[in-house]
Design a protein around this ligand. Structure first.
Ligand SMILES: *[C@@H]1O[C@H](CO)[C@@H](O)[C@H](O)[C@H]1NC(C)=O
Ligand SMILES: *[C@@H]1O[C@H](CO)[C@@H](O)[C@H](O)[C@H]1NC(C)=O
Ligand SMILES: *[C@@H]1O[C@H](CO)[C@@H](O)[C@H](O)[C@H]1NC(C)=O
Length: 138
């Protein structure tokens, strides 16, 4: 009898775990505004993360010389990071995680590439803002 009760508890626990695994995360629009020394950019990639904070997919089809946006994959994506591949190397940004929050929020990534140290070093100034209508450049 004890065994049967424990088995019942186990089944309930397993179904709870299963429910949290099938949780649907909201989709977000992520917008980009590359500007400045964009001629040095080879490509810009967006990397999508799942709830294990593992990168599951990426998309490098982001225009380097004009504003654009991407919508996160349905249901499993909890956030993103960007990598900007330039002639001087690759600039990475810390991942941003929305988890199940910021529903309908738009992630505006203002990406400014400029030169510092006497015009020798390419520097990226990165300004992320979250808005609910449109990014300032749209
Ligand atoms: C990449 O972007 C261009 C221009 O927006 C589009 O025509 C093309 O289909 C895209 N390719 C992929 C693989 O998404
Ligand atoms: C996301 O979840 C909804 C609701 O369960 C479902 O209808 C849709 O097919 C899912 N989309 C993907 C890409 O899995
Ligand atoms: C980032 O962008 C917002 C919106 O345009 C602006 O108010 C803010 O001053 C910017 N921050 C920096 C550090 O440039």
């Amino acid at each position: 009898m004890m065994f049967v009760q424990n088995l019942g508890l186990l089944i309930i626990l397993l179904s709870l775990i299963n429910t949290s695994y099938s949780y649907l995360y909201p989709q977000h629009r992520v917008a980009f505004n590359p500007r400045g020394y964009v001629s040095t950019i080879n490509k810009i990639c967006i990397h999508w993360f799942d709830y294990h904070q593992n990168e599951i997919s990426s998309d490098c089809n982001i225009t380097a010389d004009e504003p654009s946006s991407k919508t996160s994959p349905a249901n499993w994506s909890i956030g993103y990071s960007l990598s900007i591949h330039t002639e001087d190397g690759t600039l990475h940004n810390e991942p941003y995680f929305w988890w199940d929050g910021w529903v309908n929020g738009i992630y505006c990534n203002d990406i400014h590439l400029h030169l510092i140290e006497g015009g020798l070093v390419l520097k990226e100034s990165f300004n992320l803002t979250i808005v609910y209508d449109k990014c300032f450049w749209e």
